[in-house]
Design a protein around this ligand. Sequence first.
Ligand SMILES: Nc1ncnc2c1ncn2[C@@H]1O[C@H](COP(=O)(O)OP(=O)(O)O)[C@@H](O)[C@H]1O
Ligand SMILES: [Mg+2]
Length: 241
Amino acid sequence: MIQIENITKSFDDVPVLRGISLTVEKGEFVALIGRSGYGKSVLLRHVAGLLKPDSGRVLVDGQDLTSLRGRELEALRSRFGFVFQGGALFDSLSVFDNVAFPLREKTRKSEEEIATQVRAALVRVGLETSEDKLPAQISGGMVKRTALARALVMEPEFLFFDEPETGLDPLTAQGVLDLIHECHRNLKFTGIIISHQLPRVFDVVDRVAVLHNGQIRYFGPPDGLERSADEAVRQLVTGRA
Ligand SMILES: Nc1ncnc2c1ncn2[C@@H]1O[C@H](COP(=O)(O)OP(=O)(O)O)[C@@H](O)[C@H]1O
Ligand SMILES: [Mg+2]
């Protein structure tokens, strides 16, 4: 379970997060939506332990992430997986070696064990016949699938996505979202996804959080969004400014 408690964050005296509280239950998948530049990535980076808040805290299974340092922070973060914009693959490594990378870096598994796990992850994302290809030799959708496989191969309990479908055509973006949905159903990770794919992402998640002007203006099931009395929420969901 992730408990975000009253987080505030400013950059150069400009407030970005003005007191954010959210709870993501174990196994739950939450979408974080809002206009560009409103602090979605900043909020997710706090949850991932990459940024420290000015005030407030983030509890992960009761452990205060914001007060952990060094080895303790690393131990907690080893339970996290990330899929960020762009995919961020190593250009000179094959699909297989990209997915194997975290296993080789962070575990002491044998190459045989690693190969078994990498192939299982590649099957999960439908890339089992592309393991020898370089990132430049595969499509944008396949790059995202590889990034997803690389996150899944570590079997994270928590998985965070920052616009995983950015830069893809609508059909491919839908395919990536469907795949993430399927992975969540099968693996039951606790997840947060930032996405601009509205309303598509609503089919993938249990609850939606709307971030606007540094605050959460809606937090509830997707089907309650349209009934929100909040104008900012309605504008975002209907796409009318
Ligand atoms: N490390 C940083 N230093 C200074 N300003 C930052 C930093 N990270 C984000 N910001 C600012 O915080 C605001 C929110 O950014 P971001 O979370 O990336 O928005 P988005 O909702 O599009 O993901 C932006 O105005 C951005 O310029
Ligand atoms: Mg962002």
